[in-house]
Design a binder for this molecule. Structure first.
Ligand code: HEM
Length: 191
């Protein structure tokens, strides 16, 4: 459960967890090992890492790129996580390359939105897709990914989610992605 009062989360893949892993695809770069189940664990809960295939950590954070108008529009349209009917999930881990991180904030914003329309295009998929972004570079130790992204939607919206991903992966923003692993999930069918 992704509890809003917490910021640090572990995504633990193994033999236990409320989400069943349906597919595990390395879109760019190195893959992650296969596992049956995925659990999302907050900081105050214990992480059964010894029994896990892998675990990744990320923190929720303040927004970096949105303008006031975009934020107002997002808040008006977006859905909360945890909707009972939204039993399909996606966990997508990404790393951007050193060229991305060498850019300034305004250069990155320009690529994300003015060139790639990430926010404007994503907005068209709200409220069907509920989402949460986790940052890994804010953690004290080096991490294999820069971002962990989490999405929940109804089975009927799985095609729309794939369509959105197709659009985003064709943008100039995605030319900076040097590692991307895409896991698809179904809630409640695991150990
Ligand atoms: C469902 C519709 C979506 C909406 C409305 C949306 C919206 C946003 C917004 C507003 C931001 C900027 C947050 C900030 O200001 O810091 C953002 C960042 C991000 N989104 Fe999306 N997004 C969507 C889908 C996706 C998808 C499908 C992915 C695929 C993995 C994705 C990956 C990311 C990543 C990695 C970032 C961080 C970019 C960076 O800081 O360099 N988003 N998204």
């Amino acid at each position: 459960m992704i509890d809003k009062s917490q910021r640090l989360f572990s995504f633990v893949a193994g033999e236990q967890g409320p989400w069943s892993i349906q597919s595990n695809t390395a879109v760019v770069g190195e893959s992650l090992p296969d596992a049956a189940c995925l659990a999302v664990i907050g900081y105050t809960e214990s992480v059964p890492e010894s029994a896990s295939q892998w675990s990744l950590r990320g923190v929720t954070s303040n927004e970096r790129y949105v303008t006031r108008d975009e934020k107002t529009a997002l808040v008006a349209r977006q859905a909360e996580l945890g909707r009972p009917a939204a039993d399909r999930g996606a966990f997508i881990a990404l790393r951007k390359n050193p060229q991305w991180w060498a850019l300034t904030q305004d250069e990155r914003r320009s690529i994300v939105e003015e060139q790639s329309r990430h926010i404007a295009v994503g907005m068209n998929y709200l409220p069907a897709i509920a989402r949460r972004l986790f940052h890994c570079r804010d953690l004290p130790s080096a991490q294999p990914f820069d971002f962990l992204t989490w999405f929940e939607f109804n089975a009927a919206d799985a095609g729309a989610f794939d369509e959105l991903l197709g659009l985003l992966r064709g943008t100039s923003e995605w030319r900076f992605v040097e590692r991307e692993v895409d896991l698809r999930l179904i809630r409640g069918r695991c150990a």
